[in-house]
Write a protein that binds this ligand. Structure first.
Ligand code: ZN
Length: 136
């Protein structure tokens, strides 16, 4: 497995509206999508920066993963996501080699991507997501 690029960087924010406004006004970026991922108890907003996205994450439930993250650590970088080809195989190979994976098989993420997370304790404290665009 070798990532082709950084697909996105996920940033946990307290208030999605305020964060979107900052990225639009201060950086001149355009929010092109807002999506709620019920499964993850999160609302996301996307910005394109070159071929990499910024994914702002607002919790919809204090008991969800972003809610807990915000409670524990406050706002900030939540995860980094690499684009890969052959996601299912990559997760299997990493798992077999002793890397702690959160998702042993791909699941559905935002924007129709298939995703899988690696445990931050296996990736030097950075929650790491691998994603694959099934349409490519
Ligand atoms: Zn992500």
């Amino acid at each position: 497995m070798k990532p082709t690029h950084i697909e996105h960087i996920g940033i946990a924010v307290n208030n999605l509206k305020e964060a979107i406004s900052f990225y639009e006004k201060s950086f001149g970026l355009e929010c092109y999508a807002i999506e709620e991922v019920a499964d993850q108890k999160v609302r996301t907003a996307f910005f394109m920066v070159g071929q990499t996205k910024i994914e702002l994450l607002e919790s919809t439930d204090p008991e969800g993963p972003i809610g807990k993250f915000l409670d524990k650590k406050g706002q900030g970088i939540h995860h980094i996501a690499f684009a890969v080809k052959g996601l299912a195989e990559a997760l299997t190979t990493l798992d077999a080699s002793g890397v702690t994976v959160i998702d042993k098989t791909p699941r559905k993420g935002a924007e129709g991507l298939n995703i899988g997370f690696l445990h931050p304790k296996a990736t030097f404290g950075v929650l790491t997501e691998l994603c694959e665009d099934p349409s490519k």
